[in-house]
Design a protein around this ligand. Structure first.
Ligand code: C5P
Length: 232
C-alpha cells in the first residue's frame, strides 16, 4: 500500500456517514471508523462501507489481556478491514497475540498498527498518573520499537514524530498521522498540526484527516486538495 489520505468519519450515525460518503462518486476515499460510530452501529456499518468499495481503518484501539485481544482480533479480521490498531501499552506479548488472532487461515491479515502514547497524554500526566518518568519522546520511540519487534506494521503518531519513528524503526515501518490541517484552515482542538504537504515532506505514510474534509463546504474538493498536496 502506498501513501494515502484516510478520511476520519467521526459521525454518530450510519445515515450521516453514508450521506457523507455518497458525495464521493469518483474516487472512493480510504475511511477511518472509530469507536463512536462502531459502538453506535456495530459491525454492519463496516460491512456496508466495505461493500461500497472503500478501504477501512478500524480504529478501536484494543487493550486487554493477550487471549482476549487475540480472539477479538480474529473477529475483526473476518470483517475484512484493511487496518486495525491496539495500544502498545498492552505489552509485546499482547501485540504478538493480536497478530496471531488477526492472521487468517490463508496467511493474509489486515495491517496492524499501534498507538504509542495518546496525544492527550503529556509529560506531566504520564509522570503523575502512570508513574513513567522517562521523557515522553523516548517512551513513544520505545513503544514503537516494541511494536516493530512484535511484528506489527507501524504506529499512529504525530506527523512531528514520523521522521524519528522511521529513523528508529526503519523506513518500511508505517507512520499513520492525524493532526493535519490546511495552511489556511481552522486548527480546531488540535494543538500540533501540519499541512498535508509538510506531512508528505516529513515522510508520513498515511495522513488521517477529519474535520478539514468532513466539515468543509465542499468535502469532495477538500479531499481532492488533500490528495493533491499529500500524494501529488
Ligand atoms: O477532525 P480531525 O482532523 O482533528 O480528526 C482527526 C482524527 O484522528 C480523529 O478521528 C481523532 O480521534 C484521531 N486522532 C487524533 N490524534 C491522535 C489519534 C487519533 O486526532 N493522536
Amino acid at each position: 500500500m502506498g501513501k494515502d489520505v484516510i478520511v476520519a468519519c467521526d459521525f454518530a450515525s450510519k445515515e450521516q456517514t453514508l450521506e457523507f460518503l455518497s458525495l464521493f462518486t469518483d474516487r472512493k476515499p480510504f475511511v477511518k471508523i472509530g469507536m463512536e460510530l462502531f459502538y453506535a452501529e456495530g459491525p454492519e456499518i463496516v460491512r456496508e462501507i466495505k461493500k461500497r468499495g472503500h478501504r477501512i481503518f478500524l480504529d478501536l484501539k484494543l487493550h486487554d489481556i493477550p487471549n482476549t485481544v487475540k480472539k477479538s482480533m480474529a473477529v475483526l479480521s473476518r470483517l475484512d478491514v484493511d487496518i486495525c490498531n491496539l495500544h502498545a501499552a498492552g505489552t509485546v506479548r499482547m501485540m504478538e497475540a493480536a497478530l496471531e488472532g488477526l492472521t487468517r487461515e490463508d496467511g493474509t491479515r489486515p495491517l496492524l498498527i499501534a498507538v504509542t502514547q495518546l496525544t492527550s497524554t503529556d509529560q506531566e500526566s504520564m509522570e503523575n498518573d502512570l508513574l513513567i518518568h522517562e521523557p515522553i519522546d523516548k517512551v513513544v520511540m520505545h513503544y514503537a520499537l516494541n511494536a516493530r519487534n512484535a511484528g506489527l506494521d507501524g504506529v499512529v503518531c504525530s506527523p512531528l514524530e514520523a521522521k524519528k519513528v522511521h529513523e528508529t524503526c526503519g523506513s518500511d515501518f508505517l507512520t499513520v498521522t492525524p493532526g493535519v490541517r490546511f495552511a489556511d484552515g481552522d486548527i480546531g482542538d488540535q494543538k500540533r498540526v501540519m499541512t498535508p504537504a509538510a506531512a508528505k515532506e516529513i515522510g508520513s505514510d498515511y495522513i488521517v484527516v477529519g474535520r478539514p474534509i468532513t466539515a468543509a463546504d465542499d468535502p469532495v474538493a477538500a479531499y481532492k486538495r488533500c490528495c493533491h498536496e499529500f500524494i501529488g
